[in-house]
Write a protein that binds this ligand. Structure first.
Ligand SMILES: Cc1cc2nc3c(=O)[nH]c(=O)nc-3n(C[C@H](O)[C@H](O)[C@H](O)COP(=O)(O)OP(=O)(O)OC[C@H]3O[C@@H](n4cnc5c(N)ncnc54)[C@H](O)[C@@H]3O)c2cc1C
Length: 391
């Protein structure tokens, strides 16, 4: 049975984009799908050899301009990568996904020419990895006023505090730290972003333990104890750090939407295949029951609708025309609809859906991150409601 998502993508994207999607899909089928269950049962992170292979096929340089050694791709390519890798493993998808859309992106958007020349070629080649350091133990959705501080000392800045939930921390060469620099400044103009090497004196990293989602993705706590960085480490303007972070998140949210739809695409294929194979009552497949068909139809309709919407938003992003609310809406709705349908897909399959080897449980768990990550769906409604109100 061909994948349903391929059928839709073929009509939604240009031929060369679809060919790129096929390359990543085939890579995931060969290098991720056969091993993901063993990685899960062994409780290991994504092997570095797989990350290196991703680098070899150019995934880390996907949207980086060719003049800096990248592939010169766009948001549509990034979303297609998320759909192709996420189908088997969100962890495999988020590793290059976060490195690109949260790590390299702020540098591309706000870096000086010097910073770009210093870092982008190595980021594109997968030799360096940047981590997005926004969240803190005491600052999640309310991220505008970080507790991590950066104070001026001569020509240097001294950073103090702790970041958490930092995706890719295990493999990172640098972390982009969002720190409070002007506590008395106007709202949204109190913080600054800094590029901090993970091996700088006073930086400590520890992998977060007990995480039962995105299990092969590295998620770290990063501590900063009087870490000194030069003025050249400032990314963007001083006291404009929140703008750097918020601009970055727009694209990141489309990627999270792609992960949600990759789960829906997997669940749809798994369920319709099982519904044809599983025989109950009078030697008939369970797919003849109308209630089973209802779930499959609902998944198919949701996939086609949200995929069309997501690809439209990606195109708008590439044309520099995507509003923040649009990115928030497609992320919110895709994660919500996929996580509402996943338990029904499991119910269609019955007891076998409880087994890790069946794959649906992995997607059910991983989908939770798409609801809270890069702006929790509840908090994003504050943004989405703005154009709907008069005041
Ligand atoms: C696996 C994983 C990877 C992550 N990777 C990164 C990363 O690389 N870099 C990074 O900086 N962060 C990362 N995060 C953090 C993520 O962005 C935060 O979890 C998210 O911003 C929500 O913050 P919080 O979990 O502290 O929830 P809180 O802000 O404490 O909110 C808890 C809940 O309260 C409700 N709520 C909060 N605010 C509002 C509001 N305004 N209106 C209505 N309801 C509200 C929502 O239900 C929300 O889910 C990651 C998180 C996870 C789980």
């Amino acid at each position: 049975m061909p994948r349903r998502i391929d059928h839709y993508l073929q009509s939604l994207v240009h031929e060369d984009k679809f060919e790129f999607y096929e390359v990543v899909r085939d890579f995931a089928d060969a290098e991720v799908a056969p091993h993901v269950l063993k990685w899960e049962r062994d409780h290991v992170l994504l092997p570095e050899s797989v990350i290196a292979q991703m680098g070899e096929i150019g995934l880390f340089g996907l949207p980086i301009k060719e003049e800096y050694g990248g592939q010169g791709g766009d948001m549509t390519d990034l979303v297609l990568m998320g759909l192709a890798l996420g189908y088997h493993s969100h962890s495999a998808a988020i590793t290059p996904g976060a490195a690109i859309s949260l790590g390299a992106k702020p540098l591309q958007l706000c870096g000086t020419e010097e910073q770009k020349k210093e870092h982008l070629p190595d980021l594109a080649a997968g030799k360096r990895m940047f981590v997005f350091g926004l969240s803190e133990p005491g600052r999640g959705s309310d991220a505008a006023n970080p507790e991590v501080t950066a104070k001026k000392k001569g020509n240097a800045w001294v950073i103090q505090g702790e970041k958490c939930w930092s995706t890719n921390a295990r493999w990172a060469s640098h972390v982009i730290v969002h720190a409070l620099t002007d506590p008395d400044g106007p709202n949204g103009r109190r913080s600054t972003c800094f590029i901090v090497p993970m091996d700088a004196k006073g930086v400590f990293y520890q992998e977060m333990s007990g995480k039962k989602v995105w299990e092969q993705s590295s998620t770290g706590q990063i501590m900063f104890d009087a870490v000194e960085v030069p003025e050249s480490a400032v990314l963007g303007e001083v006291n404009d750090g929140f703008k750097v972070m918020v601009t970055t998140l727009n694209g990141g949210r489309l990627f999270i939407g792609a992960l949600a739809l990759s789960s829906l695409a997997f669940a749809l294929d798994k369920t319709r295949r099982y519904a044809e194979e599983r025989i109950q009552f009078d030697d008939q497949p369970i797919g003849r029951f109308q209630r089973v068909q209802d779930v499959i139809i609902d998944m198919d309709v949701a996939l086609e609708r949200n995929l069309t919407w997501l690809m439209h938003c990606s195109k708008r992003f590439d044309e520099n025309k995507l509003d923040r609310e649009q990115a928030a809406k497609v992320k919110m709705d895709s994660s919500r609809v996929a996580s509402e349908l996943l338990p029904l897909a499991m119910e269609v399959c019955g007891g076998v859906a409880c087994l890790d080897e069946f794959g649906l449980i992995r997607h059910l768990n991983d989908l939770f991150v798409t609801r809270v990550g890069e702006g929790s769906n509840f908090a994003l409604k504050d943004l989405i409601v703005r154009p709907l109100r008069r005041d």
